[in-house]
Design a protein around this ligand. Structure first.
Ligand code: HEM
Length: 187
């Protein structure tokens, strides 16, 4: 299911509490985590890519757009027991919509185990452990709040390393696109 369908199914699940759908609101999450809120429809995402949503080509166009506009994104990360929470937002509605779109796409990839950046050890190892990751996403007005946890200490280390890498993308943009993501040693 692509992310637009996921967001729609979440909204449907709210409207029809008790029905079972693959990605439900936080009150009845599946093991891989929940999605709460809706992806903006219409022109917000228009023009970012001609490719079909759900394809690698489309995902690539979205993250390139985020890297291009990195100075207009703000992000905070906090470590919690067995994981992290992070808030990533933009005052620009178009960029906010892209952040939401990206996170739902990457959540689908984590849930299904469909890797990106296979040459980058943190990403590669993270995807190998995708079944140990729980990613809860709340779509906010200006972006996303996520809580990401795992019972496996090495997976927690990889998730925190990845999150620090995303913060570096937000700070540096394209300049660090080809750099291997550093490992965070603290577990
Ligand atoms: C400025 C650029 C970017 C922003 C703002 C961004 C934002 C985010 C956010 C908010 C998450 C949810 C997890 C978290 O908050 O830590 C996430 C997850 C993810 N992003 Fe990005 N991202 C960016 C660039 C990239 C790039 C360039 C790639 C890959 C080439 C990528 C791949 C992923 C993957 C695989 C996940 C899921 C991994 C996980 O959360 O366990 N992101 N991104």
């Amino acid at each position: 299911m692509n992310r637009i369908a996921v967001a729609l199914s979440s909204a449907l699940a709210v409207a029809t509490a008790g029905c079972s759908t693959p990605n439900q609101p936080s009150s009845t999450p599946d093991r891989s985590g929940s999605v709460t809120g809706e992806l903006p429809k219409g022109p917000a995402l228009g023009g970012v890519s001609d490719a079909e949503p759900g394809t690698t080509e489309y995902d690539m166009q979205v993250w390139k757009a985020l890297l291009r506009d990195h100075t207009r994104i703000r992000r905070t990360v906090r470590h919690i027991d067995r994981g992290l929470e992070a808030e990533t937002e933009s005052d620009d509605p178009r960029i906010a919509a892209l952040i939401k779109d990206h996170v739902l796409a990457m959540k689908d990839r984590i849930r299904g185990g469909y890797p990106v950046r296979g040459w980058d050890p943190v990403f590669r190892e993270l995807f190998k452990r995708h079944h140990l990751i729980r990613l809860d996403v709340v779509l906010t007005e200006k972006g996303v709040k996520i809580v990401e946890t795992s019972d496996d200490p090495e997976t927690v280390r990889l998730m925190r390393s990845h999150a620090a890498g995303v913060s570096d993308f937000v700070k540096e943009g394209f300049a660090i696109m080809d750099r291997e993501t550093p490992y965070i040693d603290e577990r």
